[in-house]
Design a protein around this ligand. Structure first.
Ligand SMILES: Cc1cc2nc3c(=O)[nH]c(=O)nc-3n(C[C@H](O)[C@H](O)[C@H](O)COP(=O)(O)OP(=O)(O)OC[C@H]3O[C@@H](n4cnc5c(N)ncnc54)[C@H](O)[C@@H]3O)c2cc1C
Length: 396
């Protein structure tokens, strides 16, 4: 469906937000290597290993990682462009890439040098990873966890179970949160560590973002060396949220991609479909739908790329990342639904892509930080600007 827009001016529709040659190259990669497989990845709910390995060879799996660790050393604006184009081709490939960036960001921002040397260069060679915070009884609230870690000699011993773990079917490295004596902490665990296993639970299959079942990962007396604790013991929640602040901007870019793909598909349809002796696109009622959608997508794009620049400048990243994801995910859901409507029965058919767009867009209103939690974060960022402490009591 994406390629149908080729005879329209895609560059005019979505002006490049970074160097346009870089974006054109990305679009060619996505058109050639991702778009043809998107429907099947979704239908069969499989992790697209070959595509992610190919993307690593193209330099897309470590765009923002410093060059000293084998990364491309580019800006988060370039990063957002990668996620937008990949998201337009397949949101399932997009979320596969997100869990790679989450793991490398956690190690790069907080890991010991030994850990950085060991794992970061491998992302350029296609290392696949998962980011495991959630448990059966702990989703949005990860301040307490049932997964426990204890230092025994020179090793951490970890026991517990993680749920909803995206990319786990293929991940070669897991970043997991576990509680130690002093609070929630973060650990790196290679897949082949004895005691790590996984199973498909009753909650593993989702209706959207289907890059393989979101597995339950068991940690049964798993042992890792002392330096596999990432950052400071007890500071895991702060670290995990910092990493989420980065990935929320990238998730917003995926949502933009979904919205764009739906828009392009519906625009092509409305241009070519005839009713009452004219093109459907000629009806003013239909044009108004497109006008509203284009305005919403453009607004969300400006916000998302602002959030990407804020990451580069380290400026209010919690606020901008949350605003971007909140807006872009809502716009994507609304646009996907509207576009299905514009295409009439063709929009509702199983072999049309609009159902996938709608399911992926909706899933991203929950995954990686629900819209309610994002609103809490934005509200919290507002308090110091307004000159007050959150939850401060006011005496009568
Ligand atoms: C497709 C998909 C992929 C996922 N991948 C991963 C993954 O790779 N790794 C991982 O660790 N987890 C993953 N998750 C889990 C995801 O992070 C959680 O679903 C999410 O954090 C919400 O937690 P919960 O589902 O337990 O909802 P709860 O925390 O139980 O919340 C239930 C409802 O209450 C709302 N709510 C909760 N707290 C508040 C509050 N303080 N104020 C207002 N509203 C509130 C929520 O927004 C939600 O609407 C994934 C989820 C999905 C759907």
């Amino acid at each position: 469906m994406n390629s149908d827009i080729a005879d329209m001016d895609r560059g005019a529709l979505w002006p490049a937000m970074v160097d346009s040659a870089y974006v054109r190259e990305l679009q060619t990669f996505a058109d050639d290597h991702i778009v043809p497989h998107a429907a099947n990845i979704d239908k069969h709910d499989v992790y697209p290993v070959d595509i992610l390995k190919k993307m690593a060879r193209g330099g897309y799996n470590n765009v923002t990682l410093p060059r000293q660790y084998g990364g491309q050393g580019l800006s988060y604006t370039h990063g957002a462009a990668v996620f937008e184009e990949v998201g337009a081709a397949s949101a399932a490939v997009g979320i596969s890439l997100i869990t790679i960036y989450q793991a490398q960001n956690m190690i790069n921002l907080f890991g010991l040098e030994t850990l950085k040397q060991r794992y970061l260069p491998a992302f350029g060679q296609g290392l696949l990873s998962s980011y495991a915070l959630t448990e059966a009884s702990h989703g949005s609230d990860i301040r307490k966890l049932d997964t426990k870690a204890q230092l025994q000699g020179q090793e951490w011993v970890i026991q517990g179970e993680k749920h909803f773990i995206t990319s786990a079917t293929a991940a070669e490295l897991f970043i997991i949160l576990a509680e130690t004596d002093v609070g929630v902490s973060v650990f790196a665990i290679p897949r082949d560590t004895p005691g790590l296993s996984m199973y498909e639970g009753s909650n593993s299959a989702t209706f959207g973002l289907r890059n393989g079942p979101h597995m339950n990962v068991r940690l049964d007396a798993v042992r890792v060396p002392a330096d596999h604790l990432i950052g400071q013991e007890g500071k895991g929640v702060r670290q995990a949220v910092t990493v989420l602040n980065y990935s929320r901007t990238l998730a917003a870019a995926i949502s933009l991609g979904i919205a764009r793909a739906a828009f392009e598909g519906a625009l092509t349809f409305a241009r070519d479909r005839v009713a009452f002796d004219q093109r459907v696109l000629n009806f003013q009622g239909i044009q108004w739908y497109f006008s509203d959608m284009l305005t919403d997508i453009d607004g969300a794009r400006v916000l998302t790329y602002h959030a990407a620049r804020a990451l580069d400048a380290d400026d209010q990243i919690a606020r901008w990342g949350s605003e971007a994801k909140l807006k872009a995910s809502a716009v994507a859901t609304q646009v996907a639904s509207q576009c299905a409507q514009i295409c009439g029965a063709y929009g509702i058919m199983e072999n049309a892509p609009f159902g996938r767009y709608l399911r992926d867009a909706k899933a991203y209103e929950v995954a990686g930080g629900s819209s309610e939690i994002l609103k809490n974060t934005i509200g919290k960022a507002l308090m110091p600007i307004a000159g007050i402490r959150p939850n401060a009591k006011v005496s009568a």
